[in-house]
Design a protein around this ligand. Structure first.
Ligand code: NAI
Length: 333
């Protein structure tokens, strides 16, 4: 099998090459994202391996089919960036990595959250500047706070388990509630509006779809408690960024941790330190002391990268053998 890896970074290359010792496939690594203009790079490959910000729309898929690509092996869990109907029309199968380390992303939620509520990012800078004053560093205790989770899938569950360890009261919403899971972890399912009204901390773990796009908007923000701290490690499109910016300026939102951003494509994962940031909303978000932005690194642990690489190559091996294809994504998924 010949595999073209798109939007590839040094850490992807290292993890895939390590895992490939077991498989011996021909791997080519491209820094470009897969899209209409970069499809020619896939010429002669059986498989393309894109990531979260590659845009695999109907045109791209038609061109991939013309290049005889037969499998899109996403090296991520989300698949909102692939036109599944177009893939089915062209007979290209799509697979993903459904769970490479839910704990990695869940732990990142708390990296962001604890930074925000204990202001360690500010303390770090102060102490390095010889300023040992504590003024302005008063935080709040997580113990006893109401922690709301939207989406009780793999990452939502891992987040709830950690939040339970902090002694939070746990509320959650999911389109498909699982009573057994709620009893086992010790959380209660509640209506979205009740979570918005009661949560001191809100963590987003639902996938991006038509019914979750801008789930957090001016109206839902207005229903939240003043001072709410929100963390989004799911997909940027869940939040209307302009509405969030307004709520931050007004002081209604107490803090925000964002590992994803709705217009992150072309910005996140890139070193733009020598350029003017063109996105004014993102640029403004970086100016708040109570906003912690990370560049979609929730998954970025050695363990998760190794899992991703071995899952991708294992799925390609199953595809090569024919028959049942694990981790396949279909339009009905
Ligand atoms: P999952 O598929 O295990 O769970 C998603 C949950 O959301 C399911 O329980 C589903 O029923 C629920 N859901 C679907 N539509 C909903 C709606 N409208 N309202 C409420 N709940 C809804 O997915 P997993 O592995 O927990 O990942 C969650 C998201 O995290 C992914 O969709 C992906 O976008 C993102 N992600 C981010 C990473 C990062 O590095 N920041 C790494 C991996 C995933």
């Amino acid at each position: 099998m010949r595999i073209a890896v798109f939007d590839s970074k040094a850490y992807d290359e290292q993890a895939l090459n390590n895992a490939n010792r077991e498989f011996g496939y021909e791997l080519a690594f491209f820094g470009d994202r897969l899209g209409r203009t970069t499809v020619p790079l896939a010429r002669g490959f059986d498989v393309v391996c894109p990531f979260v910000n590659d845009r695999i729309d109907a045109d791209t898929i038609a061109s991939l089919a013309a290049e005889n690509v037969r499998l899109i092996a996403l090296r991520c869990a989300g698949f909102n960036n692939v036109d599944l109907q177009a893939a089915e029309r062209h007979g290209i199968r799509v697979v993903r990595v459904p769970a490479y380390s839910p704990e990695a992303t869940a732990e990142h939620v708390f990296a962001l959250l604890l930074t925000l509520v204990r202001k360690t990012h500010r303390a770090f800078n102060r102490v390095r500047d010889g300023n040992f004053s504590l003024d302005g560093l008063v935080g709040f205790t997580l113990h006893g706070k109401t922690f709301g989770v939207i989406g009780t899938g793999k990452i939502g569950q891992a987040t709830l388990r950690i939040a339970r360890g902090f002694g939070c009261r746990l509320l959650a919403y999911d389109l498909y509630p699982n009573a057994q899971l709620a009893a086992e972890i010790g959380f209660e399912y509640a209506a979205l509006d009740d979570i918005f009204a009661q949560a001191d901390i809100l963590s987003l773990h639902a996938p991006l779809a038509a019914n979750t796009h801008h789930l957090i908007n001016a109206a839902s923000l207005a229903r939240m408690k003043r001072g709410v701290v929100m963390v989004n490690t799911s997909r940027g499109g869940l939040i209307d960024s302009q509405a969030l910016l307004d709520a931050l300026k007004e002081g209604h939102v107490g803090g925000v941790g964002l590992d994803v951003y709705e217009h992150e494509e072309g910005v996140f994962f890139e070193d733009l330190s020598g350029e003017a940031l063109q996105d004014d909303v993102l640029a403004r978000l970086t100016t708040f002391p109570n906003v912690m932005l990370t560049s979609h690194q929730g998954y970025l642990t050695e363990e998760a990268l190794a899992n991703i690489a071995s899952t991708v190559l294992g799925t390609v091996a199953a595809f090569a053998r024919g028959g049942e294809l694990p981790n396949e994504v279909r339009t009905s998924a």
